[in-house]
Design a protein around this ligand. Structure first.
Ligand code: C5J
Length: 227
């Protein structure tokens, strides 16, 4: 008998198959520091309002994923208050208005526990969901995430989050190298640079899905409902 929990989701470059009991929804860095004025994203000179467009679709997906009882992983790009996990190369890069660790309108930029470092209210983690604080762009660097996913029997990862070409793409590539099949949802990820989003989606699925699949949340929702 066919596995009733198996989902066959229309995707590119071809259908993405996964059992939601072995799949985690990974939401990357939906933090005020990236999504709202006064945070890290804006200090780098970006128009942060561009990122708001993906919140409704991500909320709908998150609600359905929760209802299915499947694993949700939230990440935050964040550093310890003493910045011992922030290499000078990261802190001193470029000419931002405020650097990591500086005081801003939402507290210290990209520092754990500060208001700006929290995930936006609309997508706030619920009890039992994993919240991974990561000092790098990738979710697997210095976090122990791989071991936790392995212990939980997770083989597939569905990604949303910001920004597409930085922390989302880095995390997806790290995951691919660790043996996970990865689906990037195009309506649940956004960039400050629309052309970078388009390019990232194309890169991920090129060459027969060289590092993963891309798809739409509506197609995932339909399969989740069916299974
Ligand atoms: C950036 C991220 N863009 N979450 N971080 O620095 O993509």
């Amino acid at each position: 008998m066919q596995n009733p929990h198996l989902m066959n989701i229309p995707a590119l470059p071809f259908a993405y198959s996964c059992d939601y009991r072995h799949t985690a929804l990974v939401l990357i860095d939906f933090q005020r520091d990236f999504m709202e004025p006064g945070g890290f994203g804006e200090t780098l000179g970006n128009d942060v309002s561009l990122l708001a467009a993906i919140v409704p679709a991500t909320q709908t997906l998150l609600a359905a994923w929760r209802k299915a009882g499947a694993l949700v992983v939230h990440t935050r790009e964040s550093h310890r208050p003493d910045l011992s996990d922030c290499p000078p190369a990261k802190r001193e890069r470029g000419q931002p208005a405020l650097r990591i660790g500086d005081d801003g309108p939402m507290g210290r930029i990209l520092v754990q526990g500060e208001p700006g470092n929290q995930i936006i209210e609309a997508l706030a983690p619920e009890a039992g969901e994993w919240v991974i604080d990561k000092p790098g762009k990738g979710a697997f660097y210095a976090t122990g995430l791989h071991d936790r996913l392995q212990a939980r029997g997770i083989t597939h990862l569905v990604f949303g989050g910001v920004t597409t070409e930085v922390c989302v793409q880095t995390s997806l590539r790290e995951a691919n190298d660790r043996g996970y099949d990865c689906l990037l949802l195009e309506d649940c990820t956004e960039s400050y640079f629309p052309e970078f989003k388009v390019a990232t989606l194309a890169m991920v699925r090129a060459q027969g899905g060289i590092v993963g699949w891309t798809g739409a949340s509506a197609d995932l929702l339909a399969e989740l409902e069916r299974s």
